[in-house]
Design a protein around this ligand. Structure first.
Ligand SMILES: NC(=O)c1ccc[n+]([C@@H]2O[C@H](COP(=O)([O-])OP(=O)(O)OC[C@H]3O[C@@H](n4cnc5c(N)ncnc54)[C@H](OP(=O)(O)O)[C@@H]3O)[C@@H](O)[C@H]2O)c1
Length: 253
């Protein structure tokens, strides 16, 4: 069985990626707060396996237990893991407003889901699968926002910049290890998802860039999450064949 763990498969890119990964010999595990609607039915149709682990990723203290549940699932499946893939996709860009307008709770929640959770899950997951002599991939979904500052998105932009640096350091740590993890950061580009809709609908007074997001949609610049998910999966298969493709730079789909 090939294991694909996708955080945030209840919506947008994560949901389409999980849906396309549901094939025979694939077990897709989604970690999110909401249940991904329709994916269990899809698994029954395609012959893949699907499991939803309910977890709020901003509750950092619960994440070691979440990884325990994940590894118990693999152990209980009764079939050996042929490869393991973790796609850090879950993120929250809202609320869109200046840094000094956030409460301390909002700041913690945003940084927890956008950077703390992916860093901690990466560490725990790599520890747990270290001794497995199988191909392993860790894909971090990042954003152009890591390099382009935008007023009203300071937490999201800084989190994505932090993740990009985590990827570069992890690549140095894992490269050359026997059965090390192939690590890559992937920028999916602008997609028409609920995250984009929230940016378009934000109040212009607190988030001046809302006009940019409306214009992007009106001028047809947004891709569908389905088309991006397809490209992501194709690229991940190439990376498995050509691990040198994890070059230390962000791959743009
Ligand atoms: N859309 C774009 O234009 C765009 C551009 C560049 C990069 N990206 C990146 O692409 C990825 C997918 O974005 P999207 O547009 O598909 O977003 P989306 O439709 O808003 O989906 C976000 C996902 O993250 C999960 N999530 C958010 N907060 C969570 C929490 N506290 N705990 C657990 N899960 C949580 C949500 O699940 P629950 O709500 O069920 O928990 C949901 O499944 C993100 O990493 C985003 O930064 C998007």
């Amino acid at each position: 069985m090939h294991y694909y763990i996708v955080t945030g498969a209840s919506s947008g890119l994560g949901k389409e990626t999980a849906r396309l990964l549901l094939r025979p010999e694939h077990h897709v595990v989604s970690i999110s707060r909401r249940e991904p609607i329709g994916l269990m039915a899809q698994a029954n149709q395609t012959g893949g396996r699907f499991t939803w682990l309910e977890q709020d990723l901003s509750n950092i203290g619960e994440l070691p237990g979440c990884v325990d549940r994940l590894m118990q699932l693999v152990a209980a499946s009764g079939t050996p893991a042929l490869s393991m893939h973790l796609i850090h996709n879950a993120a929250a860009a809202a609320p869109f407003k200046a840094l000094d307008h956030h409460s301390p709770e909002e700041i913690s929640a945003s940084l927890n889901v956008n950077v703390h959770a992916p860093v901690l899950l990466s560490s725990l997951w790599i520890q747990r699968i270290r001794s497995l002599h199988i191909p392993k991939q860790l894909i971090v979904i990042t954003s152009a926002s890591a390099d382009y500052p935008m007023a009203g998105m300071s937490l999201y932009c800084s989190a994505k910049a932090g993740l990009n640096m985590m990827v570069r350091c992890l690549q140095l740590e894992q490269r050359g290890l026997p059965y090390g993890v192939h690590i890559a950061a992937v920028d999916p580009g602008m997609m028409d998802t609920p995250m984009q809709a929230a940016a378009r609908e934000a109040h212009e007074l607190s988030f001046p860039a809302t006009a940019f997001f409306r214009q992007s949609r009106e001028s047809g610049q947004l891709r569908t999450p389905e088309s991006v998910a397809q490209r992501l999966i194709e690229w991940m298969s190439d990376l498995a064949v050509k691990p040198e493709a994890d070059s230390g730079t962000v791959h743009r789909l």
